[in-house]
Design a protein around this ligand. Structure first.
Ligand SMILES: *[C@@H]1O[C@H](CO)[C@@H](O)[C@H](O)[C@H]1NC(C)=O
Ligand SMILES: *[C@@H]1O[C@H](CO)[C@@H](O)[C@H](O)[C@H]1NC(C)=O
Ligand SMILES: *[C@@H]1O[C@H](CO)[C@@H](O)[C@H](O)[C@H]1NC(C)=O
Length: 522
C-alpha cells in the first residue's frame, strides 16, 4: 500500500459506524431522541500525507505473549533452569509419573551446556514398576495443544550409564488418553546424547502433556527437552495461526521485545540480546522480573529480526540503556553497555565476515537484516542517568551507523527535547474519555523537531475490560488525531499485542505506568 493523501479511507467510515452503533445501543436503553451531527471538513489544505510507516505492531514478552504464545515451543522450562542455579531447585511445571517410592528426581549441575548447567537426574527405584512405567511429564504452558494428524519434533539430551528403554508419549492431562507414543533405546554411556524423534498425534487434546517413562531401575539424566510442532511459520518456530493474524494487520514496523521487559525491575534480570542468540540449547534463559515469568529465550534477538522480515515489517529494536526500574548504570561507566549495543547492531547489520555478522550467518541468515530504527531505552526519560547515557549511545551509534534512526524516551509533543533524536516515544494508557479527548494531542506539536512514535496506546482498566465498544471508539478517535497529524506522527502501535488468557494481568501495565508518570512529570 502506498502513501495516501488526507484521511484514511477506512477509519472515518469505521468511526461513523461505531458511533451509530453506540447511539443505537443508547437509544434502545434510554429511548433518547437526541440527534448527532458529524461534520467532515475535507478541504484539500487540511490534507496530510500519511507516511507509509504509520501503522505497525509492538510486541512485548508480557502475559506469555512469546513463551506460551507466538513461539511454538510446547515444553515449559525445557532446560530445568527456571528454578535457578542452586540445586535442588523447583522443576515446575515438570512433575513425576509414579510416586516417591518408585521414582526420585532432582536437579544437579551436570549438564553438557556450560551456560545453562542445570540438568534433571531421574532415579528409578522400582524393580517391578507399574505397567505404564514411571518417569516425568511436562504440561507445557497450561497444557499442550496436540492436534490429530499433526507431527511434533522432539529433541532431548539424555545421559544414561546403563542401557535403558524409554517411552516418550503425548497424553491427555490425566495421562489416560494416549495421543502419540514412541519407544527409544538409550545406549549406556557416560556421555550426553542428543535424541531427535517425530511424534504423530492420533487424537486431539488441547491440554495435553509430554511424558517420558521407563521400567528400568537406574539413573538417567535429562536436559533441554524440546517439543515443537513440525509446522511453524516458514519453519522459523512461530505459530502459523497467530502469525497469519499478524500478517492480516499488514504491519509496517515491528517494535520488540518490550516494554518494561527490556528494562527489568533490576538490570541483572533484563533481556540480553547476546544471551538469546546461537544454538537454542546453549541459551541460558532468564527470569523476567517485571512480568514474573521465566523465558528460555528460544525466542531471541535473531528470531525477532527474522519475524520482522517474515512480516515485511521494519524491525525496531528497543535496547536497555543501562537503566532498570530500580538500578542505573552511571554515565561514567556506561561504555560496556554501549559496546554491547554496537555488537548487537553488528549482529543485525554487519557483513557475514564481521565478528558478530558471522554469528548471524552461522544461524542461517548471511544477508544483513535491515535494522534502521532503535529505541534508546523504554520509559526512562525521567531517570537520573537517562540524558547522560542517551547521548553516549546516540553519538556512538550515529558514528558507526549514520543511517539508523534513534528514538528518545522523552516526550516532545508539547515541548522541544534538549537532546538530538530522530523520533520521540509517546505512550498512553488511560480511560476512554481521556483517550477520546486526546485526538488533538499532536495538533500543536512543533513541526521542526523529531517525529512522534506513539509506540504504546490503549484504553485500559474498567473501560477496556476484555474489549469494549467504548474503548474501541475512543481508540479510533485517537487514531483519527494521529492520521490528521501524520506529518509529525510517523508511527503508531497498540499495546499489548497478544495476551495468553491464562496470564492476563488485569492492570497489566501498572508497573510500567508508575514510571511513565515519572517521565510525564519532568
Ligand atoms: C482431554 O483430556 C481430559 C482428561 O484428562 C478430558 O477431560 C478432555 O475431554 C479431553 N479433551 C478432548 C478434546 O478429548
Ligand atoms: C565421550 O565424549 C568424548 C568427548 O567428545 C569422546 O572422546 C569419547 O569417545 C566419548 N565416549 C563415548 C563412550 O562415547
Ligand atoms: C569476506 O571476506 C572475503 C575475504 O576477505 C572476501 O573475499 C569477501 O568478499 C567477503 N565477503 C563479504 C560478504 O564481505
Amino acid at each position: 500500500m502506498g502513501s495516501m493523501e488526507g484521511f484514511s479511507p477506512t477509519t472515518i467510515p469505521c468511526l461513523l459506524l461505531l458511533f451509530c452503533l453506540g447511539c443505537k445501543c443508547l437509544a434502545s436503553e434510554f429511548e433518547l431522541t437526541q440527534t448527532a451531527t458529524v461534520k467532515v471538513d475535507a478541504t484539500p489544505e487540511l490534507a496530510r500525507k500519511i507516511p507509509d510507516t504509520l501503522f505497525g505492531v509492538f510486541f512485548e514478552e508480557i502475559n506469555h505473549a512469546g513463551a506460551g504464545g507466538i513461539w511454538a515451543e510446547l515444553v515449559s522450562n525445557r532446560g530445568f533452569e527456571a528454578g535457578g542455579p542452586h540445586t535442588p531447585s523447583n522443576i515446575h511445571p515438570w512433575s513425576i509419573v509414579g510416586d516417591d517410592s518408585s521414582i526420585f528426581v532432582a536437579t544437579d549441575r551436570s549438564s553438557c551446556f556450560s551456560r545453562n548447567i542445570v540438568a534433571l537426574r531421574m532415579e528409578v527405584l522400582c524393580n517391578d514398576c507399574p505397567a505404564g512405567g514411571v518417569g516425568i511429564y511436562n504440561p507445557g504452558f497450561w497444557g499442550m495443544n496436540i492436534e490429530d494428524g499433526k507431527t511434533y519434533n522432539l529433541v532431548m539430551y539424555v545421559k544414561s550409564p546403563e542401557t535403558a528403554d524409554l517411552t516418550v508419549s503425548l497424553t491427555s492431562p490425566d495421562g489416560l488418553q494416549n495421543l502419540a507414543s514412541i519407544n527409544l533405546k538409550v545406549a549406556g554411556t557416560s556421555n550426553w546424547t542428543k535424541l531427535e524423534q517425530k511424534l504423530v498425534a492420533k487424537g486431539t487434546n488441547r491440554t495435553s502433556r509430554l511424558q517420558i517413562t521407563t521400567h528400568n531401575k537406574g539413573v538417567i539424566w535429562f536436559d533441554q527437552v524440546s517439543l515443537m510442532p513440525a509446522d511453524t511459520y516458514k519453519g522459523h518456530g512461530f505459530r502459523s495461526d497467530l502469525i497469519s493474524m499478524l500478517l492480516d494487520l499488514k504491519p509496517r514496523f515491528f517494535r520488540f521485545p518490550g516494554g518494561c521487559f527490556v528494562e527489568g525491575e533490576w538490570l541483572r534480570n533484563a533481556f540480553r540480546w547476546r544471551e538469546s542468540i546461537g544454538p537454542w540449547e546453549e541459551r541460558p534463559g532468564h527470569f523476567g522480573d517485571v512480568w514474573h515469568y521465566w523465558t528460555d529465550d528460544g525466542l531471541g534477538y535473531y528470531e525477532y529480526l527474522q519475524l520482522s522480515e517474515d512480516l515485511g515489517a521494519a524491525p525496531i529494536w528497543v535496547f536497555n540503556n543501562g537503566i532498570s526500574h530500580h538500578d542505573e548504570v552511571d554515565t561514567a561507566i556506561i561504555a560496556p553497555f554501549v559496546k554491547d549495543v554496537l555488537d548487537g547492531l553488528e549482529f543485525a547489520k554487519g557483513s557475514a565476515n564481521s565478528t558478530w555478522g558471522s554469528v548471524r550467518a552461522a544461524m542461517g541468515h548471511p544477508e544483513p537484516f535491515p535494522l534502521k530504527y532503535v529505541a534508546i531505552g523504554n520509559e526512562d526519560c525521567g531517570k537520573k542517568h537517562y540524558r547522560g547515557n542517551y547521548l553516549k549511545f546516540y553519538n556512538a551509534i550515529r558514528d558507526a551507523y549514520p543511517d539508523i534512526q534513534m528514538i528518545s524516551n522523552c516526550d516532545g509533543s508539547s515541548r522541544r527535547l534538549d537532546h538530538p533524536a530522530d523520533l520521540f516515544d509517546f505512550h498512553v494508557y488511560t480511560d476512554s474519555k481521556t483517550l477520546f479527548s486526546m485526538m488533538n494531542e499532536f495538533d500543536s506539536t512543533s513541526r521542526d523537531g523529531p517525529k512522534a512514535f506513539v509506540s504504546e496506546y490503549a484504553v485500559w482498566k474498567r473501560d477496556a475490560g476484555k474489549g469494549s465498544l467504548l474503548a474501541s471508539l475512543a481508540e479510533a478517535a485517537f487514531l483519527t488525531g494521529l492520521e490528521r497529524n501524520s506529518d509529525i506522527v510517523q508511527m503508531a502501535s497498540y499495546a499489548p499485542l497478544f495476551v495468553n488468557t491464562n496470564d492476563r494481568r488485569s492492570v497489566f501495565m501498572a508497573l510500567c505506568f508508575r514510571w511513565f508518570l515519572v517521565f510525564l512529570s519532568i
